[in-house]
Design a protein around this ligand. Structure first.
Ligand code: M6R
Length: 619
Protein backbone atom coordinates (compact mmCIF):
# COMPACT_ATOMS: atom_id res chain seq x y z
CA UNK A 1 0.00 0.00 0.00
CA UNK A 2 1.04 3.56 -0.49
CA UNK A 3 0.57 6.53 1.70
CA UNK A 4 2.20 9.91 1.34
CA UNK A 5 3.36 10.39 -2.19
CA UNK A 6 4.00 12.97 -4.86
CA UNK A 7 1.99 12.89 -8.06
CA UNK A 8 2.42 14.73 -11.35
CA UNK A 9 0.60 14.52 -14.69
CA UNK A 10 1.23 16.31 -17.99
CA UNK A 11 -0.47 16.73 -21.39
CA UNK A 12 0.69 19.19 -24.03
CA UNK A 13 3.01 19.64 -26.95
CA UNK A 14 6.30 19.08 -25.12
CA UNK A 15 8.18 15.84 -24.42
CA UNK A 16 6.94 14.96 -20.96
CA UNK A 17 9.80 13.04 -19.33
CA UNK A 18 11.82 16.09 -18.28
CA UNK A 19 8.66 17.83 -17.06
CA UNK A 20 7.67 14.79 -14.99
CA UNK A 21 11.13 14.32 -13.51
CA UNK A 22 11.51 17.98 -12.53
CA UNK A 23 7.99 17.95 -11.05
CA UNK A 24 8.92 14.86 -9.04
CA UNK A 25 12.11 16.55 -7.86
CA UNK A 26 9.99 19.32 -6.37
CA UNK A 27 7.60 16.80 -4.84
CA UNK A 28 10.26 14.44 -3.53
CA UNK A 29 9.85 15.89 -0.03
CA UNK A 30 6.49 14.06 0.07
CA UNK A 31 8.09 10.64 -0.16
CA UNK A 32 11.38 9.32 -1.43
CA UNK A 33 11.62 5.55 -1.25
CA UNK A 34 10.90 4.88 -4.93
CA UNK A 35 9.89 6.76 -8.06
CA UNK A 36 8.52 6.08 -11.52
CA UNK A 37 7.09 7.55 -14.70
CA UNK A 38 4.89 6.36 -17.54
CA UNK A 39 4.74 8.06 -20.94
CA UNK A 40 2.68 7.49 -24.08
CA UNK A 41 5.22 7.76 -26.88
CA UNK A 42 4.77 8.99 -30.46
CA UNK A 43 3.95 5.44 -31.61
CA UNK A 44 1.09 5.21 -29.13
CA UNK A 45 2.97 2.81 -26.90
CA UNK A 46 2.90 3.14 -23.12
CA UNK A 47 6.44 3.15 -21.70
CA UNK A 48 7.08 2.56 -18.01
CA UNK A 49 10.16 3.01 -15.83
CA UNK A 50 10.21 2.75 -12.04
CA UNK A 51 12.93 2.19 -9.48
CA UNK A 52 13.27 1.68 -5.75
CA UNK A 53 15.36 4.38 -4.07
CA UNK A 54 15.46 8.13 -4.41
CA UNK A 55 14.55 9.92 -7.61
CA UNK A 56 18.23 10.03 -8.58
CA UNK A 57 18.17 6.24 -9.08
CA UNK A 58 15.39 6.64 -11.64
CA UNK A 59 17.19 9.56 -13.26
CA UNK A 60 20.38 7.54 -13.60
CA UNK A 61 18.45 4.62 -15.01
CA UNK A 62 16.77 6.79 -17.63
CA UNK A 63 20.12 8.36 -18.52
CA UNK A 64 21.80 5.00 -19.09
CA UNK A 65 18.78 3.28 -20.67
CA UNK A 66 16.72 6.01 -22.37
CA UNK A 67 13.01 5.41 -22.88
CA UNK A 68 11.01 6.78 -25.84
CA UNK A 69 9.53 10.14 -24.91
CA UNK A 70 5.99 11.37 -25.48
CA UNK A 71 3.70 14.29 -24.74
CA UNK A 72 1.37 12.56 -22.27
CA UNK A 73 2.80 11.31 -19.00
CA UNK A 74 2.41 10.66 -15.29
CA UNK A 75 5.02 10.42 -12.53
CA UNK A 76 5.14 9.37 -8.90
CA UNK A 77 7.42 9.50 -5.89
CA UNK A 78 6.49 7.15 -3.07
CA UNK A 79 6.49 6.79 0.71
CA UNK A 80 5.36 3.28 1.55
CA UNK A 81 3.46 2.13 4.62
CA UNK A 82 3.13 -1.58 3.78
CA UNK A 83 4.90 -3.47 1.07
CA UNK A 84 8.57 -2.59 0.97
CA UNK A 85 10.06 -0.06 -1.39
CA UNK A 86 10.86 -2.20 -4.43
CA UNK A 87 10.82 -1.80 -8.20
CA UNK A 88 7.65 -3.92 -8.34
CA UNK A 89 5.81 -1.91 -5.70
CA UNK A 90 6.90 1.46 -7.14
CA UNK A 91 4.34 3.38 -9.24
CA UNK A 92 3.00 3.62 -11.92
CA UNK A 93 1.11 0.33 -11.94
CA UNK A 94 -0.37 -1.13 -15.09
CA UNK A 95 -3.73 -2.65 -15.88
CA UNK A 96 -3.75 -6.32 -16.78
CA UNK A 97 -3.21 -5.67 -20.51
CA UNK A 98 -0.35 -3.21 -19.90
CA UNK A 99 -2.10 -0.41 -21.80
CA UNK A 100 -3.27 1.72 -18.88
CA UNK A 101 -1.01 3.20 -16.19
CA UNK A 102 -2.06 4.42 -12.75
CA UNK A 103 -0.43 6.37 -9.92
CA UNK A 104 -1.93 6.72 -6.48
CA UNK A 105 -1.63 8.54 -3.19
CA UNK A 106 -3.60 7.27 -0.19
CA UNK A 107 -4.87 3.91 0.98
CA UNK A 108 -7.62 1.85 -0.65
CA UNK A 109 -9.04 0.22 2.44
CA UNK A 110 -11.16 -2.40 0.69
CA UNK A 111 -8.42 -3.44 -1.72
CA UNK A 112 -8.30 -7.04 -0.41
CA UNK A 113 -11.91 -7.81 -1.30
CA UNK A 114 -11.58 -6.05 -4.66
CA UNK A 115 -8.44 -8.05 -5.36
CA UNK A 116 -10.27 -11.30 -4.54
CA UNK A 117 -13.00 -10.31 -6.97
CA UNK A 118 -10.47 -9.61 -9.72
CA UNK A 119 -8.44 -12.75 -9.02
CA UNK A 120 -11.71 -14.69 -9.30
CA UNK A 121 -12.19 -13.19 -12.75
CA UNK A 122 -8.76 -14.38 -13.84
CA UNK A 123 -6.81 -11.12 -13.51
CA UNK A 124 -3.22 -11.34 -12.31
CA UNK A 125 -1.09 -8.98 -10.19
CA UNK A 126 2.58 -8.07 -10.22
CA UNK A 127 2.89 -6.17 -6.90
CA UNK A 128 1.74 -6.19 -3.28
CA UNK A 129 0.10 -2.77 -3.59
CA UNK A 130 -3.50 -1.67 -3.25
CA UNK A 131 -2.88 0.64 -6.20
CA UNK A 132 -2.59 -2.18 -8.68
CA UNK A 133 -6.13 -3.19 -7.80
CA UNK A 134 -7.33 0.26 -8.93
CA UNK A 135 -5.25 -0.08 -12.11
CA UNK A 136 -6.74 -3.47 -12.97
CA UNK A 137 -10.26 -2.27 -12.15
CA UNK A 138 -9.82 0.81 -14.35
CA UNK A 139 -8.46 -1.37 -17.14
CA UNK A 140 -11.48 -3.67 -16.89
CA UNK A 141 -13.94 -0.76 -16.95
CA UNK A 142 -12.16 1.00 -19.82
CA UNK A 143 -12.25 -2.20 -21.84
CA UNK A 144 -16.02 -2.29 -21.31
CA UNK A 145 -16.81 1.37 -22.15
CA UNK A 146 -13.81 2.80 -24.00
CA UNK A 147 -14.34 5.93 -21.88
CA UNK A 148 -11.65 6.69 -19.30
CA UNK A 149 -13.72 9.24 -17.37
CA UNK A 150 -16.68 6.84 -17.19
CA UNK A 151 -14.30 4.10 -16.04
CA UNK A 152 -13.06 6.38 -13.25
CA UNK A 153 -16.63 7.10 -12.17
CA UNK A 154 -17.41 3.41 -11.87
CA UNK A 155 -14.18 2.63 -10.06
CA UNK A 156 -14.35 5.61 -7.67
CA UNK A 157 -17.75 4.38 -6.54
CA UNK A 158 -16.19 1.03 -5.56
CA UNK A 159 -13.21 2.37 -3.62
CA UNK A 160 -13.15 2.94 0.12
CA UNK A 161 -10.49 4.97 1.86
CA UNK A 162 -8.46 7.95 0.74
CA UNK A 163 -7.04 8.33 -2.72
CA UNK A 164 -5.77 10.52 -5.43
CA UNK A 165 -5.55 8.48 -8.61
CA UNK A 166 -4.23 9.54 -12.00
CA UNK A 167 -4.46 7.33 -15.06
CA UNK A 168 -3.83 7.39 -18.80
CA UNK A 169 -4.45 4.84 -21.54
CA UNK A 170 -2.26 4.33 -24.59
CA UNK A 171 -5.32 4.45 -26.84
CA UNK A 172 -6.17 7.93 -25.48
CA UNK A 173 -2.98 9.99 -25.90
CA UNK A 174 -3.41 13.61 -24.83
CA UNK A 175 -5.65 12.71 -21.92
CA UNK A 176 -4.84 12.27 -18.23
CA UNK A 177 -7.71 11.63 -15.84
CA UNK A 178 -7.60 12.01 -12.07
CA UNK A 179 -9.89 11.54 -9.09
CA UNK A 180 -9.56 12.51 -5.47
CA UNK A 181 -11.09 11.70 -2.13
CA UNK A 182 -9.43 13.02 1.05
CA UNK A 183 -6.11 13.26 -0.70
CA UNK A 184 -4.64 16.26 -2.53
CA UNK A 185 -4.78 17.10 -6.23
CA UNK A 186 -4.50 20.48 -7.97
CA UNK A 187 -4.62 21.50 -11.63
CA UNK A 188 -2.02 23.72 -13.34
CA UNK A 189 -3.30 25.66 -16.35
CA UNK A 190 -0.74 26.27 -19.08
CA UNK A 191 -1.01 27.52 -22.66
CA UNK A 192 -1.80 24.54 -24.85
CA UNK A 193 -0.73 22.28 -22.01
CA UNK A 194 -2.10 21.32 -18.62
CA UNK A 195 -0.79 19.72 -15.46
CA UNK A 196 -1.94 17.81 -12.42
CA UNK A 197 -0.01 17.67 -9.16
CA UNK A 198 -0.20 16.74 -5.50
CA UNK A 199 0.56 20.39 -4.92
CA UNK A 200 1.50 23.38 -7.01
CA UNK A 201 5.21 22.64 -6.62
CA UNK A 202 4.67 19.95 -9.28
CA UNK A 203 4.13 22.56 -12.01
CA UNK A 204 5.01 26.01 -10.64
CA UNK A 205 8.02 26.33 -12.94
CA UNK A 206 5.61 26.15 -15.92
CA UNK A 207 2.54 28.01 -14.68
CA UNK A 208 1.28 29.88 -11.62
CA UNK A 209 -2.37 29.61 -12.69
CA UNK A 210 -4.00 26.84 -10.73
CA UNK A 211 -7.39 25.33 -9.97
CA UNK A 212 -8.29 23.62 -6.71
CA UNK A 213 -10.35 20.45 -7.07
CA UNK A 214 -12.96 19.59 -4.43
CA UNK A 215 -13.54 16.30 -2.66
CA UNK A 216 -14.97 13.40 -4.62
CA UNK A 217 -14.32 14.93 -8.01
CA UNK A 218 -12.91 13.68 -11.29
CA UNK A 219 -10.75 15.82 -13.55
CA UNK A 220 -9.79 15.22 -17.15
CA UNK A 221 -6.98 17.26 -18.70
CA UNK A 222 -6.14 17.57 -22.39
CA UNK A 223 -3.83 20.09 -24.08
CA UNK A 224 -6.90 22.15 -24.95
CA UNK A 225 -8.67 22.22 -21.61
CA UNK A 226 -9.82 20.86 -18.32
CA UNK A 227 -13.13 19.42 -17.21
CA UNK A 228 -14.15 18.61 -13.67
CA UNK A 229 -17.16 16.58 -12.59
CA UNK A 230 -18.35 15.02 -9.37
CA UNK A 231 -18.39 11.25 -8.93
CA UNK A 232 -21.94 11.22 -10.35
CA UNK A 233 -20.81 12.95 -13.56
CA UNK A 234 -22.27 16.41 -12.89
CA UNK A 235 -20.13 19.40 -13.92
CA UNK A 236 -18.82 21.36 -10.92
CA UNK A 237 -17.28 24.79 -10.43
CA UNK A 238 -13.62 24.89 -9.60
CA UNK A 239 -11.81 27.60 -7.73
CA UNK A 240 -9.00 29.37 -9.62
CA UNK A 241 -6.04 30.78 -7.72
CA UNK A 242 -2.67 32.22 -8.53
CA UNK A 243 0.37 30.68 -6.89
CA UNK A 244 1.93 33.46 -4.83
CA UNK A 245 5.51 32.21 -5.01
CA UNK A 246 7.69 31.42 -7.98
CA UNK A 247 9.73 28.35 -8.75
CA UNK A 248 12.96 29.82 -7.37
CA UNK A 249 11.38 29.96 -3.89
CA UNK A 250 11.35 26.16 -3.86
CA UNK A 251 14.94 25.81 -5.01
CA UNK A 252 17.98 25.28 -2.83
CA UNK A 253 19.96 28.10 -4.42
CA UNK A 254 23.48 28.14 -3.03
CA UNK A 255 22.48 26.55 0.30
CA UNK A 256 23.85 23.24 1.51
CA UNK A 257 20.33 22.00 2.25
CA UNK A 258 16.73 23.16 2.05
CA UNK A 259 16.66 23.13 5.83
CA UNK A 260 19.61 25.57 6.02
CA UNK A 261 17.85 27.82 3.52
CA UNK A 262 14.56 27.60 5.37
CA UNK A 263 16.08 28.36 8.79
CA UNK A 264 17.72 31.41 7.20
CA UNK A 265 14.25 32.43 5.97
CA UNK A 266 12.69 32.47 9.44
CA UNK A 267 12.84 36.29 9.64
CA UNK A 268 10.99 36.67 6.33
CA UNK A 269 8.48 33.98 7.28
CA UNK A 270 7.44 36.11 10.27
CA UNK A 271 7.60 39.41 8.36
CA UNK A 272 5.60 38.07 5.41
CA UNK A 273 2.93 36.60 7.68
CA UNK A 274 2.49 40.03 9.33
CA UNK A 275 2.61 41.91 6.01
CA UNK A 276 -0.74 43.40 4.94
CA UNK A 277 -2.32 42.56 8.28
CA UNK A 278 -1.39 45.65 10.28
CA UNK A 279 -2.92 49.08 9.62
CA UNK A 280 -2.35 52.06 11.89
CA UNK A 281 -0.85 49.78 14.54
CA UNK A 282 -3.97 47.60 14.61
CA UNK A 283 -4.28 44.02 13.36
CA UNK A 284 -6.65 43.76 10.42
CA UNK A 285 -7.02 40.30 8.91
CA UNK A 286 -9.04 40.78 5.71
CA UNK A 287 -9.75 37.04 5.47
CA UNK A 288 -11.67 37.25 8.76
CA UNK A 289 -13.88 40.22 7.94
CA UNK A 290 -17.50 39.45 8.70
CA UNK A 291 -16.61 37.11 11.56
CA UNK A 292 -16.68 39.62 14.45
CA UNK A 293 -19.95 38.29 15.80
CA UNK A 294 -18.63 34.76 15.81
CA UNK A 295 -15.45 35.75 17.62
CA UNK A 296 -17.43 37.76 20.13
CA UNK A 297 -19.67 34.78 20.88
CA UNK A 298 -17.22 31.89 21.24
CA UNK A 299 -16.73 30.30 24.64
CA UNK A 300 -13.94 27.95 23.81
CA UNK A 301 -11.09 27.48 21.36
CA UNK A 302 -9.62 24.10 20.54
CA UNK A 303 -6.42 23.98 18.52
CA UNK A 304 -5.86 20.76 16.56
CA UNK A 305 -2.55 19.94 14.89
CA UNK A 306 0.28 17.42 14.79
CA UNK A 307 4.00 17.51 15.47
CA UNK A 308 5.66 20.88 15.18
CA UNK A 309 2.37 22.55 14.26
CA UNK A 310 0.92 21.32 17.58
CA UNK A 311 3.85 22.89 19.43
CA UNK A 312 3.12 26.17 17.64
CA UNK A 313 -0.44 25.73 18.91
CA UNK A 314 0.85 25.25 22.46
CA UNK A 315 2.75 28.53 22.22
CA UNK A 316 -0.31 30.24 20.73
CA UNK A 317 -2.47 29.11 23.63
CA UNK A 318 -0.61 31.44 26.02
CA UNK A 319 -1.24 34.48 23.82
CA UNK A 320 -4.81 33.54 22.94
CA UNK A 321 -5.83 33.04 26.55
CA UNK A 322 -4.04 36.15 27.75
CA UNK A 323 -5.33 38.44 25.02
CA UNK A 324 -8.85 37.06 24.46
CA UNK A 325 -9.69 35.44 27.83
CA UNK A 326 -11.22 32.52 25.93
CA UNK A 327 -10.14 29.13 27.30
CA UNK A 328 -7.93 27.29 24.83
CA UNK A 329 -7.13 23.59 24.62
CA UNK A 330 -4.46 22.23 22.32
CA UNK A 331 -5.01 18.70 21.08
CA UNK A 332 -3.05 16.37 18.91
CA UNK A 333 -5.41 16.02 15.97
CA UNK A 334 -5.21 12.22 15.94
CA UNK A 335 -6.43 12.06 19.55
CA UNK A 336 -9.17 14.64 19.20
CA UNK A 337 -12.00 12.88 17.46
CA UNK A 338 -11.65 9.55 19.22
CA UNK A 339 -12.49 10.84 22.66
CA UNK A 340 -15.97 12.31 22.09
CA UNK A 341 -14.85 15.91 22.66
CA UNK A 342 -17.29 18.48 24.05
CA UNK A 343 -17.81 20.90 21.17
CA UNK A 344 -20.69 22.92 19.79
CA UNK A 345 -21.63 26.15 18.05
CA UNK A 346 -19.75 28.26 20.57
CA UNK A 347 -16.50 26.36 19.95
CA UNK A 348 -13.90 27.58 17.50
CA UNK A 349 -11.64 24.80 16.30
CA UNK A 350 -8.39 26.22 14.95
CA UNK A 351 -6.34 23.80 12.86
CA UNK A 352 -2.68 24.44 12.13
CA UNK A 353 -0.92 22.76 9.24
CA UNK A 354 1.99 23.73 7.04
CA UNK A 355 0.95 21.35 4.27
CA UNK A 356 -2.79 21.66 4.73
CA UNK A 357 -2.95 17.96 3.89
CA UNK A 358 -2.16 16.19 7.17
CA UNK A 359 -4.86 13.53 7.30
CA UNK A 360 -5.15 13.48 11.10
CA UNK A 361 -5.72 17.23 11.15
CA UNK A 362 -8.13 17.09 8.23
CA UNK A 363 -10.21 14.44 9.95
CA UNK A 364 -10.29 16.47 13.17
CA UNK A 365 -11.53 19.51 11.22
CA UNK A 366 -14.24 17.48 9.52
CA UNK A 367 -15.30 15.99 12.83
CA UNK A 368 -15.49 19.47 14.40
CA UNK A 369 -17.66 20.78 11.57
CA UNK A 370 -19.96 17.78 11.69
CA UNK A 371 -20.44 18.46 15.38
CA UNK A 372 -21.41 22.09 14.91
CA UNK A 373 -18.14 23.87 15.71
CA UNK A 374 -16.77 26.69 13.57
CA UNK A 375 -13.41 25.91 12.00
CA UNK A 376 -10.51 28.17 11.17
CA UNK A 377 -7.43 26.92 9.34
CA UNK A 378 -3.93 28.31 9.74
CA UNK A 379 -2.15 26.95 6.70
CA UNK A 380 0.91 27.58 4.54
CA UNK A 381 -0.20 25.90 1.31
CA UNK A 382 -2.62 27.42 -1.16
CA UNK A 383 -5.26 25.13 -2.60
CA UNK A 384 -4.70 22.53 0.12
CA UNK A 385 -7.52 20.43 1.50
CA UNK A 386 -7.71 21.58 5.14
CA UNK A 387 -8.35 25.26 4.34
CA UNK A 388 -10.91 24.21 1.77
CA UNK A 389 -12.73 22.20 4.42
CA UNK A 390 -12.68 25.06 6.95
CA UNK A 391 -15.01 28.02 7.55
CA UNK A 392 -12.15 30.52 7.56
CA UNK A 393 -8.48 30.60 6.57
CA UNK A 394 -5.49 32.58 7.76
CA UNK A 395 -2.55 31.76 5.51
CA UNK A 396 0.95 31.84 6.86
CA UNK A 397 3.25 33.29 4.24
CA UNK A 398 6.38 31.32 4.97
CA UNK A 399 6.82 30.33 1.31
CA UNK A 400 7.30 26.73 0.25
CA UNK A 401 8.88 24.55 2.94
CA UNK A 402 10.67 21.62 1.34
CA UNK A 403 12.83 20.09 4.10
CA UNK A 404 10.92 17.46 6.06
CA UNK A 405 11.79 19.21 9.33
CA UNK A 406 9.45 22.15 9.77
CA UNK A 407 11.29 25.35 10.74
CA UNK A 408 10.20 28.57 9.08
CA UNK A 409 6.60 27.34 9.05
CA UNK A 410 6.77 27.00 12.85
CA UNK A 411 7.60 30.67 13.45
CA UNK A 412 5.04 31.69 10.83
CA UNK A 413 2.36 29.60 12.58
CA UNK A 414 3.08 31.27 15.92
CA UNK A 415 2.94 34.65 14.20
CA UNK A 416 -0.44 33.86 12.65
CA UNK A 417 -1.78 32.70 16.02
CA UNK A 418 -0.59 35.93 17.63
CA UNK A 419 -2.25 38.01 14.92
CA UNK A 420 -5.45 36.01 15.45
CA UNK A 421 -5.22 36.51 19.22
CA UNK A 422 -4.75 40.27 18.82
CA UNK A 423 -7.63 40.44 16.35
CA UNK A 424 -10.02 38.49 18.58
CA UNK A 425 -8.76 40.26 21.73
CA UNK A 426 -9.75 43.63 20.29
CA UNK A 427 -13.15 42.35 19.11
CA UNK A 428 -13.89 40.99 22.56
CA UNK A 429 -12.77 44.20 24.22
CA UNK A 430 -10.09 42.45 26.27
CA UNK A 431 -7.25 44.46 24.76
CA UNK A 432 -7.27 48.24 24.46
CA UNK A 433 -6.05 49.80 21.22
CA UNK A 434 -2.87 50.87 23.00
CA UNK A 435 -2.19 47.41 24.44
CA UNK A 436 -2.77 45.81 21.08
CA UNK A 437 -0.49 48.36 19.38
CA UNK A 438 2.29 47.60 21.87
CA UNK A 439 2.06 43.88 21.06
CA UNK A 440 1.98 44.64 17.34
CA UNK A 441 5.20 46.67 17.67
CA UNK A 442 6.81 43.82 19.56
CA UNK A 443 5.79 41.37 16.84
CA UNK A 444 7.05 43.67 14.10
CA UNK A 445 10.44 43.75 15.81
CA UNK A 446 10.80 39.96 15.81
CA UNK A 447 12.14 39.43 12.25
CA UNK A 448 15.10 41.73 12.94
CA UNK A 449 15.79 39.94 16.22
CA UNK A 450 15.71 36.50 14.57
CA UNK A 451 18.20 37.82 12.03
CA UNK A 452 20.47 38.83 14.90
CA UNK A 453 20.29 35.35 16.44
CA UNK A 454 21.24 33.88 13.07
CA UNK A 455 24.07 36.33 12.56
CA UNK A 456 25.49 36.17 16.07
CA UNK A 457 24.94 32.56 17.19
CA UNK A 458 24.93 30.34 14.10
CA UNK A 459 28.69 29.78 13.86
CA UNK A 460 28.99 29.21 17.61
CA UNK A 461 26.16 26.65 17.66
CA UNK A 462 27.43 24.82 14.60
CA UNK A 463 30.85 24.58 16.24
CA UNK A 464 29.68 22.99 19.47
CA UNK A 465 27.14 20.78 17.72
CA UNK A 466 30.12 19.28 15.83
CA UNK A 467 31.80 18.50 19.15
CA UNK A 468 28.59 16.74 20.19
CA UNK A 469 28.37 14.43 17.18
CA UNK A 470 28.77 11.32 19.38
CA UNK A 471 26.05 12.31 21.84
CA UNK A 472 23.53 9.55 22.56
CA UNK A 473 20.77 11.58 24.20
CA UNK A 474 19.83 15.23 24.72
CA UNK A 475 17.22 16.68 27.08
CA UNK A 476 15.43 20.00 26.69
CA UNK A 477 13.79 21.90 29.55
CA UNK A 478 11.51 24.92 29.48
CA UNK A 479 8.76 26.56 31.46
CA UNK A 480 5.71 28.55 30.36
CA UNK A 481 6.15 29.38 26.65
CA UNK A 482 9.59 27.80 26.89
CA UNK A 483 7.99 24.39 27.43
CA UNK A 484 6.66 23.92 23.87
CA UNK A 485 9.99 25.24 22.62
CA UNK A 486 11.71 22.46 24.58
CA UNK A 487 9.37 19.96 22.88
CA UNK A 488 10.13 21.45 19.48
CA UNK A 489 13.89 21.35 20.11
CA UNK A 490 13.66 17.67 21.03
CA UNK A 491 11.46 16.75 18.06
CA UNK A 492 13.77 18.48 15.60
CA UNK A 493 16.80 16.67 16.99
CA UNK A 494 15.17 13.20 16.92
CA UNK A 495 13.79 13.77 13.47
CA UNK A 496 16.97 14.68 11.62
CA UNK A 497 19.84 13.43 13.80
CA UNK A 498 18.26 10.16 15.06
CA UNK A 499 19.46 10.97 18.57
CA UNK A 500 17.22 10.23 21.50
CA UNK A 501 15.85 13.54 22.74
CA UNK A 502 13.09 14.52 25.16
CA UNK A 503 11.53 17.84 26.00
CA UNK A 504 10.17 18.43 29.50
CA UNK A 505 8.39 21.13 31.41
CA UNK A 506 11.21 22.10 33.77
CA UNK A 507 8.82 21.87 36.71
CA UNK A 508 8.36 18.16 35.96
CA UNK A 509 12.03 17.44 36.50
CA UNK A 510 11.74 16.35 40.11
CA UNK A 511 8.66 14.27 39.31
CA UNK A 512 10.72 11.78 37.37
CA UNK A 513 12.96 12.91 34.51
CA UNK A 514 15.81 14.00 36.79
CA UNK A 515 16.57 10.29 37.22
CA UNK A 516 17.91 10.40 33.66
CA UNK A 517 20.67 12.85 34.56
CA UNK A 518 24.12 11.38 34.78
CA UNK A 519 27.54 12.99 34.36
CA UNK A 520 27.96 14.48 30.92
CA UNK A 521 24.25 14.36 29.95
CA UNK A 522 23.62 17.38 27.68
CA UNK A 523 20.62 19.44 28.81
CA UNK A 524 19.32 22.47 26.95
CA UNK A 525 17.45 24.92 29.15
CA UNK A 526 15.25 27.70 27.77
CA UNK A 527 15.56 30.46 30.36
CA UNK A 528 12.71 32.98 30.58
CA UNK A 529 13.43 36.67 30.90
CA UNK A 530 14.03 37.80 34.50
CA UNK A 531 12.59 41.22 33.68
CA UNK A 532 8.91 40.28 33.71
CA UNK A 533 8.82 37.32 36.03
CA UNK A 534 11.68 37.15 38.48
CA UNK A 535 10.02 34.15 40.11
CA UNK A 536 9.80 32.07 36.95
CA UNK A 537 13.38 32.97 36.11
CA UNK A 538 14.56 32.01 39.62
CA UNK A 539 12.80 28.66 39.38
CA UNK A 540 14.46 27.83 36.06
CA UNK A 541 17.85 28.80 37.51
CA UNK A 542 17.12 26.36 40.37
CA UNK A 543 16.31 23.66 37.81
CA UNK A 544 19.62 24.32 36.12
CA UNK A 545 21.44 23.94 39.43
CA UNK A 546 19.62 20.67 40.10
CA UNK A 547 20.74 19.06 36.87
CA UNK A 548 24.18 20.62 37.11
CA UNK A 549 24.65 19.17 40.58
CA UNK A 550 24.18 15.73 39.02
CA UNK A 551 26.80 16.30 36.37
CA UNK A 552 24.69 17.50 33.44
CA UNK A 553 26.34 19.53 30.72
CA UNK A 554 24.09 22.59 30.54
CA UNK A 555 23.47 24.64 27.42
CA UNK A 556 21.25 27.62 28.15
CA UNK A 557 19.25 29.79 25.80
CA UNK A 558 18.95 33.08 27.65
CA UNK A 559 18.33 36.72 26.87
CA UNK A 560 21.21 39.15 26.45
CA UNK A 561 22.48 40.47 29.73
CA UNK A 562 21.08 37.66 31.89
CA UNK A 563 24.18 37.13 34.04
CA UNK A 564 22.49 34.78 36.51
CA UNK A 565 22.95 31.85 34.10
CA UNK A 566 26.70 32.29 33.73
CA UNK A 567 27.93 30.36 36.80
CA UNK A 568 25.94 27.28 35.79
CA UNK A 569 26.17 27.11 32.02
CA UNK A 570 28.65 25.22 29.89
CA UNK A 571 27.39 27.08 26.83
CA UNK A 572 25.28 30.21 26.65
CA UNK A 573 23.24 30.97 23.55
CA UNK A 574 21.98 34.54 23.57
CA UNK A 575 18.72 35.87 22.23
CA UNK A 576 17.77 39.57 22.04
CA UNK A 577 15.40 41.07 24.61
CA UNK A 578 11.71 40.53 23.88
CA UNK A 579 8.48 40.52 25.86
CA UNK A 580 7.97 37.02 27.38
CA UNK A 581 5.24 35.89 25.00
CA UNK A 582 7.49 36.68 22.06
CA UNK A 583 10.57 34.86 23.34
CA UNK A 584 9.61 31.51 21.71
CA UNK A 585 10.04 33.07 18.28
CA UNK A 586 13.67 33.76 19.19
CA UNK A 587 14.51 30.85 21.50
CA UNK A 588 13.57 28.26 18.90
CA UNK A 589 16.11 29.52 16.37
CA UNK A 590 19.23 28.21 18.19
CA UNK A 591 17.49 24.84 18.60
CA UNK A 592 16.77 24.60 14.87
CA UNK A 593 20.40 25.48 14.13
CA UNK A 594 21.62 22.94 16.68
CA UNK A 595 19.54 20.06 15.26
CA UNK A 596 20.79 20.88 11.79
CA UNK A 597 24.40 21.23 12.97
CA UNK A 598 24.37 17.89 14.76
CA UNK A 599 22.75 16.02 11.87
CA UNK A 600 25.26 17.57 9.48
CA UNK A 601 28.13 16.60 11.81
CA UNK A 602 26.84 13.01 11.68
CA UNK A 603 26.85 13.14 7.89
CA UNK A 604 23.07 12.73 7.61
CA UNK A 605 20.69 13.99 4.95
CA UNK A 606 18.96 16.79 6.89
CA UNK A 607 16.33 17.38 4.22
CA UNK A 608 15.12 13.82 3.82
CA UNK A 609 15.49 12.00 7.12
CA UNK A 610 14.87 8.27 7.20
CA UNK A 611 11.36 6.87 7.58
CA UNK A 612 9.67 10.26 7.28
CA UNK A 613 7.77 12.25 4.69
CA UNK A 614 6.90 15.91 4.65
CA UNK A 615 3.21 15.51 4.32
CA UNK A 616 1.47 12.82 6.37
CA UNK A 617 -1.59 12.11 4.27
CA UNK A 618 -2.77 8.95 5.99
CA UNK A 619 -4.07 8.55 9.53
O1 M6R B 1 1.96 19.82 7.39
P1 M6R B 1 1.68 19.84 8.86
O2 M6R B 1 2.10 21.13 9.51
O3 M6R B 1 0.26 19.50 9.18
O4 M6R B 1 2.59 18.70 9.47
C1 M6R B 1 2.47 18.36 10.82
C2 M6R B 1 3.62 17.49 11.25
O5 M6R B 1 3.63 16.30 10.51
C3 M6R B 1 4.97 18.19 11.07
O6 M6R B 1 5.03 19.39 11.78
C4 M6R B 1 6.13 17.28 11.54
O7 M6R B 1 6.05 17.08 12.90
C5 M6R B 1 7.45 17.89 11.11
N1 M6R B 1 8.17 16.96 10.31
C6 M6R B 1 8.28 18.34 12.26
O8 M6R B 1 9.46 18.94 11.86
Amino acid sequence: MVAMCGIVGYVGPRPSQAILISGLARLEYRGYDSAGIAVIDADGHLGLRKRAGKLQVLRDDLATHPMADGTTGIGHTRWATHGGPSDANAHPHLADDGKLAVIHNGIIENFAELKDELLGQGFTFRSETDTEVAAVLLGREFAASGDLVAAFRTVAARLEGAFTLLAMHQERPGLVVGARRNSPLVIGLGEGENFLGSDVAAFVEHTRNALAIGQDQIVAITPAGVSVTDFAGNAVDVEPFEVVWDASAAEKGGWSSFMAKEVSEEPEAVANTIRGRVHDDAVVIPELSGMDELFAGIHRIIIVACGTAAYAGMVGKYALEQWTRVPVDVELAHEFRYRDPVIGEDTLVVSISQSGETMDTLMAVKYAREHGAKTLSICNTQGATIPRESDAIVYTHAGPEVAVASTKAFVAQITALYLLALHVGRIRGVLSAAESAAHVHELQGIPGKISRVLAEEQAHIEQFSHWMADTQSVLFLGRHVGYPIALEGALKLKEISYIHAEGFAAGELKHGPIALIEPGQPVFVIVPSPRESAELHRKVISNIQEVRARGARVIVVAEEGDAAVLPFADEVLRIPLAAPLFEPLLAVVPLHIFAMGLATAKGLDVDQPRNLAKSVTVE
